[in-house]
Ligand binder design. Sequence first.
Ligand code: MG
Length: 161
Amino acid sequence: MAVFSNGCREEPSAGDAGVSEAESRSNGAAAAVSPQKFTFSPEPSMEDIRRMQADFTDERDWNKFHQPRNLLLAMVGEVGEVAELFQWRGEVAEGLPDWTESEREQLAHELSDVLIYLVELAEKCRVDLPQAVLRKMALNRLKYPTSKVHGSAKKYTEYKD
Ligand SMILES: [Mg+2]
């Protein structure tokens, strides 16, 4: 297993020991593209990120600007910065094999900006995001049962609201 300087890991492919059959199936599409399964580092947690951004904002007396609407607009602006990095490239392969290290780092920065604003927006709206994700994933499993959508594009046609 490769461990990178930022702590993230690329684990052995799904066919190797230590990866369950269910995990292997759920990552089937990705495994067909890349033999490496990517995972995040366990830290920082979403609560760690909330606290870091709250401290950053408090230290600068910026809470007076960080109302929900402003945070939403800031997050959308950061999504635009992510989009700029993909603009005019055509399709991009998983793992971004043709990107330079500098481009990858820029993407990491912009994705982080999006996440930081998302977490702060959830905080200011009093949404407990980790728990909300659990509830929403449960709803998604009910809405898109594997028996009906497995391997098909129905999710994007018949089942999409
Ligand atoms: Mg940015």
